[in-house]
Design a protein around this ligand. Structure first.
Ligand code: ADP
Ligand code: MG
Length: 240
């Protein structure tokens, strides 16, 4: 469903002209799979997502979604939705309108659209708050709204960059369970950046360990995390 073939971004830090830092990613994901991206801070996890989302143009390499090369597509044209830790909602719009933007950028909503919004809101448990502004919601409720908007967009790929890391553990687990069941229902492919091996074990079919700008290990989550073979991964997991 998703292929990254030597997808590369490199940069030179100002004042360090001789050192070029290079991120180069190879990855194959099957349709409907949930993949956790794990690795130390600064390893390149967000850089990988930014290239897939189209916010960062790769220097070289291929990016293929459902057999289509999408390297040149604008972010808005790509068949995906995104969820970050914050800044997911428009503060001056009601929850209902924030959800409506998932269906129509100009909020020209048909009666059918409005029904879909109510159904999606109910699915993530925020139906009572449709008239509120985001500032009148808790952090967990805001992320539910953002997730419902992803649901309404109904794109085949969902990119999550530590979306629930600001939430308490119990809420975080609830949100992960919700993402997992929604992804299974809609056969959505998911890339999830997380700092937590426990989180990866709960939700992900596959786990990719990113270190020093590369995917150094990838495989079934349990295999990768419960019996790590790679030295850097062992160190990251505190198993040495
Ligand atoms: P992660 O999400 O794994 O923590 P990131 O992908 O956000 O890591 O970042 C990798 C590092 O590379 C960051 O420290 C970022 O500032 C740096 N970086 C990436 N691209 C550039 C660039 N074009 N110029 C300067 N620094 C960059
Ligand atoms: Mg990051």
């Amino acid at each position: 469903m998703l292929t990254l073939n030597q997808l590369t971004h490199s940069y030179v830090q100002p004042g360090r002209q001789r050192e070029r830092t290079r991120f180069c990613f190879d990855l194959n994901v099957e349709a409907g799979e949930i993949v956790a991206l794990l690795g130390p801070s600064g390893a390149g996890k967000s850089t990988l997502l930014a290239m897939v989302a189209g916010f960062l143009a790769p220097d070289s390499g291929e990016l293929i979604i459902n057999s289509q090369h999408i390297e040149r597509q604008l972010p808005s044209e790509r068949p995906l939705s995104l969820l970050f830790q914050d800044h997911n909602l428009f503060p001056h719009l009601s929850v209902f309108d924030n959800l409506g933007l998932g269906l129509h950028p100009g909020l020209k909503l048909t009666r059918e659209d409005k029904e879909k919004i109510v159904v999606a809101a109910a699915r993530v448990g925020i139906q009572p708050y449709l008239d509120r502004l985001p500032e009148q919601l808790s952090g967990g409720q805001k992320q539910r709204v953002a997730l419902a908007r992803c649901l309404l967009r109904n794109r085949p790929l969902l990119l999550l960059d530590e979306p629930f890391s600001a939430l308490d553990p119990a809420l975080r687990n609830g949100m992960l369970a919700l993402v997992k069941s929604l992804a299974r229902e809609h056969h959505t492919t998911v890339l999830l950046i997380t700092h937590s091996p426990e989180e990866a074990l709960k939700i992900a079919d596959q786990c990719a360990f990113i270190n020093q700008g590369q995917i150094q290990v990838v495989g079934p989550t349990r295999e990768v995390l419960e019996n790590p073979q790679h030295d850097a991964l062992k160190r990251y997991l505190g198993r040495v």
